[in-house]
Design a protein around this ligand. Structure first.
Ligand SMILES: [Mg+2]
Length: 379
């Protein structure tokens, strides 16, 4: 037990241009909790879209009485109260999971600050003291040669251990639509990267491949050394993913759109996936993500945090990823961006392609509230 209670819970949405996504506007909804002795904790939901952000803010505001007055040390008890409150509209996840994620992360941050413990310490310690880092971006330039050079530079100039590339994204790259062009791109990129860099290709949501198209691309890509193929089919197509997995040798990644441990359990039970995507700002916070990690470990799969938003999410993600031996890498957005580089006092930077586990109290990041408020979403 700590000696202070939560006295305030606030929701706040930031709207910002994301350079790693062709400068498109993205939305993040934050929860801010404050204790009676003035300590502050921050959490985040990766709401991404205005409607989701508005709904998440409303839920957080409505749930104030479930959080205010509680002991911030009791993260599991508060999480359980919220799950019970949301029994009707949060069953199988949805927006309620966003709101719960933001609150839960904020409470863990506050708990760590009150107890003088890092999140990693609160989780029982890191089993990996540092994680290899890959640059995770979307292809958007019309010239694929430019995209080859850009991604090779992340490895050779900036020191990342590899690259993950989103296809079918906004912008003018049009990757994922023409198989010969896609395979030429992967071949050229591998030649520039050299043999050792990790390479992952991620089908974007705007693309739809048939099973045959997904298999053909994966087989062609894997000839050039592929660490994994991500969401080659829609995640609901469990039978398709299973068939694809049986026909390729590369790891198959999916799962980032699941909401909670029950959803992951249903999804993973079918043996359709090797690498399990999970966003702590979506899958019911740190408390929820820990349940997903336990499942991943039990099934002998790989955990991959979908950390593509703010430094608050990144901090929680690194601590979670480092808490298990079943994690291959940490993704980071390589180009400087507001939510990673402006809203915290010390942005995350890798050293020689590895990121250290944060050691400061709570999440280990110091949020610059004035900087964050500059990005306040004005409706
Ligand atoms: Mg993805």
């Amino acid at each position: 037990m700590s000696t202070s209670d939560v006295v305030r819970l606030e929701a706040f949405t930031a709207c910002y241009p994301e350079p790693n996504d062709n400068n498109n506007l993205r939305y993040l909804t934050f929860a801010r909790v404050e204790s009676s002795d003035g300590a502050v904790g921050w959490g985040e939901a990766i709401t991404q879209f205005p409607a989701a952000a508005a709904a998440t803010e409303a839920l957080i505001a409505e749930w104030g009485p479930l959080v205010v007055g509680r002991d911030p040390v009791e993260t599991h008890a508060v999480w359980t109260s919220i799950k019970q409150e949301a029994w009707w509209y949060g069953f199988r996840g949805g927006i309620a999971s966003f709101a719960l994620s933001a609150i839960d992360i904020a409470l863990w941050d506050l708990k760590g600050k009150l107890l003088g413990q890092s999140l990693s310490g609160l989780l029982g310690g890191a089993v990996q003291t540092r994680l290899p880092v890959v640059a995770s971006t979307h292809a958007f330039h019309p010239s694929l040669q430019t995209e080859v050079e850009r991604h090779a530079a992340y490895v050779h100039v900036d020191g990342y251990k590899g690259v993950k590339i989103g296809m079918g994204k906004r912008g003018d790259a049009h990757l994922g639509y023409d198989i010969r062009r896609d395979v030429d791109f992967v071949r050229s990129l591998r030649a520039e990267l050299g043999p050792d860099a990790m390479l992952m290709m991620d089908r974007g949501q705007h693309l739809r491949w048939t099973l045959a198209e997904a298999v053909a691309r994966t087989r062609a890509f894997e000839e050039h050394g592929l660490t994994w193929i991500e969401e080659p089919l829609e995640p609901a197509d469990v039978e398709g993913l299973k068939k694809l997995r049986a026909q390729v040798s590369t790891l198959v990644a999916a799962g980032e759109r699941e909401w909670n441990a029950e959803g992951y359990e249903n999804f993973l039970r079918n043996g359709s996936v090797d690498v399990v995507g999970c966003d702590v700002g979506r899958a019911e916070g740190i408390t929820g993500a820990l349940q997903v990690i336990a499942l991943v470990e039990r099934l002998g799969l790989w955990f991959n945090s979908h950390a593509w938003s703010s430094a608050i999410n990144t901090a929680a993600s690194i601590a979670l990823s480092a808490s298990t031996t079943r994690c291959l890498l940490q993704e980071m957005k390589p180009d400087a961006n507001p939510m990673q580089n402006e809203i915290v006092a010390s942005p995350f930077v890798h050293r020689d392609g590895y990121i250290d586990v944060p050691t400061g109290p709570g999440l280990g990041v110091e949020v610059d509230e004035a900087e964050l408020r500059k990005y306040a979403w004005r409706r």
